[in-house]
Structure formats: structure tokens, C-alpha cells
Design a protein around this ligand. Structure first.
Ligand code: PGA
Length: 252
């Protein structure tokens, strides 16, 4: 698939009833919709991962929103990449700004997670981005350098990168969105860093997506016109009608 639409369901869907409604509505939205070049990846809380895979696994790929770097054992409360894989997950979002902010996740920890995720044959979706518009691009350069430490070229093809300016995430109540040109520049910066480390051939195979307040109205301008390979969608992913609409626009 050329394009990816990742639904970040965050800490939502609180009951079996709510989950049933989500399943029903997602299935209904997918009837007769051919997304020839776009993959939808649904990433729910780990409590829902297995049921999402069982019920929607034929219509979407399933991903997790975090993973620990160890495989098994005395790591109370953690979920390992092997568990995610064995219960149907294929992707894992890592380095999301909300985890960096509330759980103080560091680049070094994110790096350990990425290595473990790749080792288990899963695909990490690494989020990078500046916290405020005042921050320079050095932040992205550093995040990429630290988080991808020790990731070989062969493995890099399985990493998805998400440029997510933290200030543009809907829950941070942005008063405006990045322009197409700004998103395009971030994409070029990421590509430049990857080319320097992995060469052009590998870099061309790495998918780079955009996240932050994506909706059906702005997705064409922000994602398609900036050359992004897809989107990471938070708020709008909770409404399957909107998520599928976004995926159809990305698929164009
Ligand atoms: P948003 O969330 O689409 O609600 O801005 C995106 C995210 O936090 O990944």
C-alpha cells in the first residue's frame, strides 16, 4: 500500500457497548468502499487490541499505541511487542508527544522500544515534531538521531515516520494549522536526515505521514498537497464516518 491512515484512538472507547458501536459503524462505513492504495491502521487501547483484530482485522490493520522493550517477565503493567504481535497487531505508535509529556518518555527509551518492535517483526510508527512554533528544526533532527540509533538500513524500511507538530494536535487547541509549505519543508528535512544516514534508495521506501488536527476538510491540503504518505488521525478517528472519509481523500 502506498498510503497509510493511522487512527490513534488514544484512551477512548470505555465500555463493551461503545466498542460494539464503533465496530458496527466502522463496518458500515467500509461497505463498498475500495481503498486501492490506502491502508487504514486502527490503534486502540491494548484492552481492545485482540477484539479489534478479530472483528475488524479483515478491513483494517491493527496497531498498538505503546510497547515495552523487554519480551516477558517482571515489568508490571507493560505490554510487549511479542504480545501485540501474537494478538493481531502489526504496527506500534511510539514516541507520541502525549507519552513524552505525561509519562516523561525519553528518546533513549523510545529507541529501545523501536529496536524491540522491529526485532519482533512489527512496524513502529515514530512520532517526531516540535512542541511550539518557536522551536527550531533542531528538535526534529535530534529526535530522529536519538530514536533511530542502531536501526539498520534493512530495518528502516519498516519504520513509518510521523511528523506531528505538537502544537497542532487538536487537544492542544491550535488556533491555526501548519501550511502545506511548512509540512512539505518538514517532510524534506526528514528525508534529508534519512538520506544522509541510509542513502536515497532506502529513504524512498520509508513512509512519512502527517499528524495533528487532520480532518476531512483539511486533509487534501495538508497531507496530499504536501506529498505526505498519509495521516495520523486522533479526534476524527473516533468517528468511523470521518476516518473513512479522510482515507478516501488520501486514496485519491
Ligand atoms: P488529533 O490527534 O488528530 O486529534 O490532533 C492526533 C494525535 O494526537 O495523534
Amino acid at each position: 500500500m502506498e498510503k497509510l491512515v493511522v487512527g490513534n484512538l488514544k484512551m477512548n472507547i470505555l465500555s463493551p457497548l461503545e466498542r460494539e458501536q464503533y465496530f458496527k459503524s466502522f463496518k458500515k462505513e467500509m461497505v463498498g468502499k475500495k481503498l486501492s492504495r490506502t491502508e487504514i491502521i486502527l490503534c486502540p487501547s491494548p484492552i481492545h487490541l485482540e477484539s479489534f483484530f478479530k472483528v475488524l482485522g479483515g478491513k483494517a490493520k491493527i496497531g498498538a499505541l505503546n510497547a515495552f522493550w523487554e519480551r516477558q517477565g517482571s515489568f508490571t503493567g507493560e505490554v510487549s511487542p511479542a504480545m501485540i504481535k501474537n494478538f493481531g497487531g502489526e504496527y506500534v505508535v511510539v514516541g507520541h508527544s502525549e507519552r513524552r509529556r505525561y509519562l516523561h518518555e525519553t528518546d533513549e527509551e523510545i529507541n529501545l522500544k523501536i529496536i524491540a518492535i522491529l526485532k519482533n517483526g512489527l512496524r513502529p510508527i515514530l512520532c517526531v515534531g516540535e512542541s511550539s512554533q518557536k522551536e527550531s528544526s533542531a528538535i526534529i533532527i535530534n529526535q530522529l538521531k536519538n530514536c533511530l540509533e542502531g536501526v539498520t538500513g534493512a530495518k528502516m524500511e519498516n519504520v513509518v515516520l510521523c511528523y506531528e507538530p505538537v502544537w497542532a494536535i487538536s487537544s492542544n487547541k491550535p488556533d491555526h494549522m501548519p501550511t502545506t509549505n511548512e509540512v512539505m519543508s518538514a517532510r524534506l528535512l526528514i528525508k534529508k536526515i534519512l538520506v544522509a544516514k541510509y542513502g536515497k534508495k532506502i529513504t524512498d521506501r520509508v513512509k512519512i505521514i502527517y499528524g495533528g488536527s487532520v480532518d476531512a476538510k483539511n486533509v487534501k491540503e495538508i497531507c496530499n498537497e504536501s506529498g505526505m504518505d498519509g495521516a495520523l488521525v486522533g479526534r476524527e478517528a473516533l468517528v468511523p464516518y470521518e476516518l473513512v472519509k479522510i482515507a478516501r481523500i488520501i486514496n485519491q
